[in-house]
Design a protein around this ligand. Structure first.
Ligand code: SF4
Length: 321
């Protein structure tokens, strides 16, 4: 995950809940992808350290367990760049230029200049991130599937050129796309300022929920509402599913107004987030906790990465450097 600062409801529902569960089935490696962040945020790089700190605290608060999983910072494991360099040498330019995410981001993102050498190579670094750990599987959303396919192609090309089986095929574990939209009904994104941060003060969460867009056809309290067309209802579906029948009834029957409906939703969200927010407050008291966790994570990640690079260098250079 790129460190973009404090995490929001969309991260929780779209990724973290799944990541927490995966710890029961897999040996998980969670990477704070600061090199990837730098590719897009090179003009604002000073904020990355704080963002990494905030993000790791949120991971821990949500249940990523450093005793069971490896949590590390990408730039602290130098082998990511070593493998990226080697993979860059064998990746045809055309594979990168036709990558759909690359084309889409160049088209969509106007606030930063992404016409850089580094950004074009984004998927090669991603491939290195995955292959360095010989990962069997990577949890992703559907939009990331082309990147996994590219990683597989790069690994196969490496094995073919160097006549070996050093880099394995990896699979995608598809995370269902998050149903949560931002409070204004658009895609939830920090750049739209329509997110609700997990660790935001209670008053801020209440205010943001109060300002949520609702069914545009329900103007007066006496009008019947259409829950299936209301963003607020979809939040109930995620954070308080047992209440959905009641909400549907009071909405279609015009028994409660939208203000009251949103007030109850804010309470339910705060209730659902309470254990996470409580845990984060406890973690914040230990000033060194993030430092300690990433130091251990770095050692564990480096041990795996070093082993892979020994195999890689053996087949590329025919000797260990
Ligand atoms: S009552 Fe609730 S579900 Fe119905 S339109 Fe208003 S906010 Fe949406």
């Amino acid at each position: 995950m790129r460190p973009t600062g404090k995490l929001h409801l969309g991260h929780l529902v779209g990724a973290l809940k799944n990541w927490v569960k995966l710890q029961d089935e897999y040996d998980c490696v969670y990477c704070v992808a600061d090199w990837h962040a730098l590719m897009g945020e090179y003009e604002n790089s000073q904020v990355l350290t704080q963002h990494m700190h905030d993000m790791i605290l949120d991971w821990l608060a949500c249940g990523i367990d450093p005793k069971r999983s490896i949590i590390f910072i990408q730039s602290q494991v130098f082998q990511h760049l070593e493998l990226q360099m080697i993979l860059s040498c064998i990746t045809p330019l055309g594979w990168l230029e036709r990558n759909p995410t690359y084309k889409e981001q160049l088209r969509e993102i106007k606030t930063r200049d992404l016409q850089t050498y580094g950004f074009l190579g984004y998927p090669v670094l991603q491939a290195a991130d995955i292959l360095l750990y010989k990962a069997q599987a990577v949890p992703i959303g559907e939009d990331q599937l082309p990147h996994i396919e590219l990683t597989r192609e790069i690994a196969r090309r490496f094995n073919h050129i160097f006549k070996c089986e050093v880099l394995p095929d990896c699979e995608a574990i598809l995370t269902p796309t998050s149903r949560l939209l931002g409070i204004d009904g658009r895609k939830m994104s920090k750049s739209y300022q329509n997110t609700v941060d997990l660790s935001a003060p209670q008053e801020e969460i209440e205010k943001k929920i109060k300002n949520m867009f609702t069914d545009p056809k329900r103007i007066r309290k006496t009008d019947s509402g259409h829950p299936d067309k209301c963003n607020v209802y979809s939040y109930y579906d995620v954070f308080a599913p047992p209440m959905c029948a009641d909400v549907r009834a009071w909405c279609t029957g015009a028994q409660k107004g939208c203000t009251e409906c949103k007030k109850i939703l804010a309470e339910k969200i705060l209730e659902a987030l309470a254990p996470i927010r409580e845990k984060r407050k406890g973690l914040e008291k230990d000033k060194d906790i993030v430092k300690k966790i990433i130091a251990t994570g770095k050692d564990k990640a480096c041990a795996i990465a070093e082993k892979t690079m020994t195999d890689v260098k053996q087949v590329v250079f025919n000797h260990e450097l």
